[in-house]
Design a protein around this ligand. Structure first.
Ligand code: GSH
Length: 219
């Protein structure tokens, strides 16, 4: 059986779990114990990041986007990439937006206001908040959300009629982090609100969601 080395609350692990669940691929969830020091973990992924997909023959695949592309190739049904090349590229651009740009802005939003103490984000004392980073990050997040709202115009999913790799990649940010930060849902972003409603009903999303999500602890 496939093994997925990842953490319950990890957004990148969550993104891969949605694809595994959507494609109904059985897998064993393995939570790393000491990934930064354990040499065995470095053999799974020399970058020491999760998620890592371990194949039954012991070979490993890391980087969530690469893992999901592998799953799409090996388990093509249901398809999570459209057939037409431009539409495939569009889905990949949206996935890349989530991974590289939206998460960077969310990280700024979090670190400027909170100390990371899983399962809590501890709110910093007023004098310790990095207001410059907070405002820059908030502006970037809103810029991305305005664009994503447009991408959903006339579409049920980021992949159009298809629940796509981009939908899986965006789910942890749009339904997890940004909900926690009170940024979504937002009545000014109705397409994103409707998408959140739809994905929340999806069995793959429900099975893949963190069992113990992050919580805010006020100062
Ligand atoms: N580009 C990587 C990012 C993976 C990543 O940042 N993973 C986080 C967990 S969500 C991690 O392992 N963080 C721990 C660390 O940086 O040591 C991917 O898409 O898989």
């Amino acid at each position: 059986m496939l093994k997925l080395h990842n953490f319950d609350r990890s957004p990148f692990g969550w993104k891969v779990r949605i694809v595994l669940e959507e494609k109904k691929v059985p897998y064993e969830m393995v939570v790393p114990q000491n990934k930064n020091e354990d040499p065995a973990f470095a053999r799974l992924n020399p970058l020491r990041l999760t998620p890592v997909l371990e194949l039954p023959n012991g070979k490993t695949i890391y980087e969530s986007t690469v893992i999901n592309e592998y799953l799409e190739e090996v388990h093509p049904k249901p398809a999570m990439l459209p057939r037409e090349p431009y539409e495939r590229a569009r889905v990949r651009i949206l996935e890349d937006t989530a991974d590289q740009y939206l998460y960077a802005a969310i990280r700024g939003l979090t670190s400027s206001q909170f100390e990371y103490a899983p399962p809590f984000l501890n709110r910093r004392k007023p004098g310790e908040i990095d207001h410059k980073l907070l405002e820059e990050s908030r502006a970037k997040v809103h810029e991305h959300l305005a664009r994503l709202e447009q991408e959903l115009k006339g579409r049920a999913w980021f992949g159009g009629d298809l629940f796509s790799l981009a939908d899986a990649a965006l789910a942890p940010a749009l339904t997890g982090s940004l909900r926690l930060h009170g940024i979504l849902p937002d009545p000014k972003l109705p397409n994103l609100g409707a998408w959140i409603g739809r994905i929340s009903e999806r069995p793959s999303y429900q099975s893949a969601a963190p069992k113990e999500p992050m919580k805010i602890r006020e100062a």
